[in-house]
Design a protein around this ligand. Structure first.
Ligand code: PEP
Length: 260
């Protein structure tokens, strides 16, 4: 089954809503000038919550060919949860995706596997596609090997998910996020293949064949093609390089680097 590559830009806590307008328009024009084929790759932008409406207006007016995602959501849909953002609201803002279980949330906000699993459910019941992030620290890799932590995290996250659910998985080794220390394509492939086996075990073979599994961790225009050549890597979750227009545009146009 052909899987449309997904290039996802996680802005983290960068770019205010005015900078967001300029960034998104400039990205669009850069890709247009470069004759980018919009249908060959799906581009999702994950701005901070405060920019979602701003970017959504551009998308709604057919001004830019990107899809929208949020960086997190609440496990609850409404109520007395000060500071939380509901999946109901994200759905109304026409978000297609929501990141869950990013290592920065697991680390700084103490999100456990159980909370991540609840967020996956919150996303699905609100018609959002969860981008489920998993990945090991260097110590965990040394202790239990390259796949054990990610496999265990994904098994919990997919608990109770129906076989026909649309999910995206992102393998993000913690030691490669924002460090410039990138995994090798072979290391990414090994873990992504193991994660696809988890999707097969939990949701069945059809789901495993259609589910996109991304690599994330210091992806740049110079290395993205080497990951996307791997059979089980279907895209990239990009942090730092996703807020530099020329660099992100070059990542989106990764096919050009390998001439496919
Ligand atoms: C991320 O935060 O998801 C990420 C992969 O960051 P970076 O590309 O900066 O390593």
């Amino acid at each position: 089954m052909a899987r449309t590559p997904l290039i996802a830009g996680n802005w983290k806590m960068n770019l205010d809503h005015l900078q967001a307008v300029a960034f998104v328009q400039k990205l669009h024009w850069t890709l247009k000038d470069a004759a980018h084929d919009e249908n060959s790759v799906e581009v999702a932008l994950f701005p901070p919550f405060t920019n979602l409406r701003t970017v959504q207006i551009l998308i709604d007016a057919d001004k830019v060919p990107f899809v929208l995602g949020a960086q997190d959501l609440s496990t609850h849909d409404s109520g007395a949860y000060t500071g939380e953002v509901s999946g109901v609201f994200l759905d109304k803002l026409a978000c297609r995706y929501v990141i869950v279980g990013h290592s920065e949330r697991r680390d700084y906000h103490h999100e456990t596997d159980a909370i991540v699993a609840e967020k996956v459910q919150a996303a699905l019941r609100n018609h959002l596609v969860p981008v489920i992030c998993v990945g090991e620290t260097l110590e965990q890799r040394e202790e239990s090997g390259p796949t054990a932590v990610s496999v265990a995290q994904l098994q919990v996250a997919l608990e109770g998910v129906p076989a026909d659910a649309d999910v995206v998985v992102a393998y993000e080794p913690v030691w490669a996020i924002g460090t410039g220390q990138v995994a090798s394509p072979e290391q990414a492939q090994e873990v992504c293949a193991a994660l696809r086996a988890v999707v097969a075990e939990k949701l069945g073979d059809d789901a495993a064949a259609r589910t996109r599994i991304l690599y994330g961790g210091s992806v740049k225009s110079g290395n993205v093609a080497s990951f996307l050549r791997e059979p089980d890597v279907d895209g990239a979750l990009v942090g730092g390089a996703s807020i530099v227009v020329d660099e992100f545009a070059a990542i989106i146009r990764y096919q050009k680097h390998v001439g496919v």
